[in-house]
Design a protein around this ligand. Structure first.
Ligand code: JAH
Length: 271
């Protein structure tokens, strides 16, 4: 448990995110992911503290009951408000805490939301199970309800880990030089260009020769074109959201002309 007086500040006096507390019925689900790789290193460096708490800690009955049948009938069980409110009140500890509930009914998670969460000093993550939360939980706790996508999971634990991973890596100092959060996909608004490493030919598949040319300007242009091509093919929705340079428009025109040429060629072969 964190017993400090206040979270550390940056030199500019901004408060940075330094603490997450996770409320869950399955704390063991976090023990692998939180103790490997970037999330582990961020904690080891003291850049973030992540607490995992069993919701049953805040029950008072012999059987640690956290759920009940739904009012109005229907299948399944609903998470009771009392243990969640008690837990959040205990974890808030007088700080400026933001409560986030992971639910399929939430606002879509995004790189933008991750970057906003990365500036907060304390985030409490509520992981539901069963049919979800009694709605007085998000209402009464002023929780931000967040969804990581339109699919049904068994609970909010994996979404909480997704949110943590995406957010913690944006805290200053967490990423070393090996990864540039800025050039990552979604920071540029485009899908990334393809990457290659040695050997130059693997099982008959050659690395695009331009990457071995040493012509850094030609390589940058090729990569930008590949990023635009992939985005156009796989995520055309993203192209409308990002601002395109004059070079981007020129590269997209080249891509479109290649497509038209390829179609003409295959039609000529078929006939
Ligand atoms: C399932 C509570 N956005 C993905 C997502 C998030 C949460 C849940 N399912 C999917 C969930 C059961 C209970 C939350």
């Amino acid at each position: 448990m964190w017993r400090g007086l206040r979270p550390p500040n940056t030199e500019e006096g901004r408060r940075v995110l330094n603490r997450f507390d996770i409320l869950t019925l399955f704390p063991a689900m976090f023990q692998g992911p939180l103790h490997e790789s970037i999330l582990r290193r961020a904690q080891d460096k003291g850049l973030v503290t992540i607490g995992v708490h069993d919701l049953r800690t805040w029950t008072h009955d012999r059987h640690h009951v956290v759920d009940d049948v739904p009012y109005g009938g229907g299948a399944g069980m609903v998470l009771k408000p009392e243990p969640v409110f008690e837990a959040v009140e205990a974890l808030r500890g007088g700080f400026d805490s933001t409560v986030v509930a992971l639910t399929p009914q939430g606002l879509p998670f995004s790189q933008r939301l991750a970057s906003e969460l990365a500036h907060l000093s304390h985030v409490i993550l509520l992981c539901g199970r069963y049919e979800g939360f009694d709605d007085r939980i998000p209402q009464g706790l002023h929780a931000l309800e967040v969804s990581i996508g339109d699919f049904v999971l068994s609970g909010g634990e994996i979404p909480a880990l997704v949110l943590l991973d995406a957010t913690v890596r944006l805290i200053p100092g967490v990423l070393g030089d090996e990864t540039s959060a800025l050039s990552d996909s979604f920071a540029t608004g485009l899908l990334e260009h393809p990457h290659y490493t040695r050997p130059p030919t693997f099982r008959g598949m050659a690395v695009p020769p331009i990457l071995l040319s040493g012509d850094h300007q030609a390589i940058a242009r090729w990569r930008r074109k590949q990023a635009l091509r992939r985005t156009r093919e796989r995520r055309p929705d993203l192209l409308g959201l990002t601002s395109l340079s004059d070079l981007d428009r020129e590269l997209l025109t080249e891509i479109e002309m290649e497509g038209a040429h390829a179609k003409r060629a295959s039609r000529d072969i078929e006939s």
